[in-house]
Design a protein around this ligand. Structure first.
Ligand code: MG
Length: 248
């Protein structure tokens, strides 16, 4: 059976050049029995640029824009795009957010038709986002708000995030969840763990992911999941998990 590796890029696969190189060598040696997916908050263009700079392997699929876009062999998946477009009112949401002066729009290259991104630096971020969620519900504007690295706010369609995009691809590949390992470091990776039985959180993870991890360990469903906080950081943590889960 093929093995499916789904990994975030920044501060997970990428961040320690030596670790990335060491992991790449292991992955290259098992490439014929490996399906590789990169799942990132970056745009496709920016992610490809990073792949070039960090000398990453070419993946089988790219999940970009926090799960709002899926690329395979250079083409964007139009079925996925169509699914996300249902009941998604980008302009109205953007207009509503203008009432929140703490939310600073990110540059144009961080935006796409299904992703509206802001910076938020505030000690009351939780209160601000709770208020925003409430107002979106009251305005009947379905959306999902993801807060990562105590800085990035991404507003997405309800049907889009990294975990849902990964599940869509995994089903296309006809691979069971047990054949998959997910890897991440921050809040926008939480959905990967929610949809995967095996996952590794790298040592250098952000507090919001570690908080979620600790809470999930208390939940009654935790016995179905084998999520693991690695001893080592960045790609060393992925390598550690490949041994831990006996994929190497
Ligand atoms: Mg990351």
């Amino acid at each position: 059976m093929k093995f499916l590796l789904v990994t975030d890029l920044d501060h997970t696969l990428v961040g320690d050049a030596q670790a990335t190189l060491a992991l790449n060598q292991k992955l290259a040696a098992m490439r014929d029995r490996l399906s590789l997916i990169y799942a990132t908050g970056r745009s496709y263009l920016s992610a490809r640029q990073l792949k070039h700079e960090a000398q990453l392997l070419e993946p089988d699929y790219w999940i970009t824009g926090v799960g709002t876009e899926i690329y395979h062999q250079g083409n964007r998946d139009s079925v996925w795009a169509q699914q996300l477009s249902d009941n998604w009112q980008r302009e109205q949401i953007t207009a509503l957010v203008q009432g929140f002066p703490d939310l600073i729009p990110q540059p144009d290259d961080a935006q796409n038709p299904w992703k509206i991104s802001y910076f938020l630096h505030s000690s009351t971020a939780d209160v601000i986002l709770t208020t925003l969620r409430l107002q979106l519900v009251q305005a009947n504007l379905p959306a999902k708000i993801i807060f990562s690295s105590n800085r990035d706010v991404d507003i997405l369609p309800l049907s889009g995030d990294k975990g849902l995009a990964m599940t869509y691809v995994r089903q296309q590949l006809q691979l069971p969840s047990e054949a998959m390992l997910v890897c991440g470091d921050s809040g926008n990776d939480i959905s990967l763990f929610q949809h995967a039985t095996q996952g590794v959180i790298v040592r250098n993870a952000q507090p919001e992911l570690l908080d979620w991890y600790r809470q999930s360990q208390q939940s009654p469903q935790s016995e179905f999941f084998r999520h693991y906080w690695a001893q080592s950081a960045h790609a060393w943590g992925i390598l550690e998990a490949l041994f831990y889960f006996r994929w190497l």
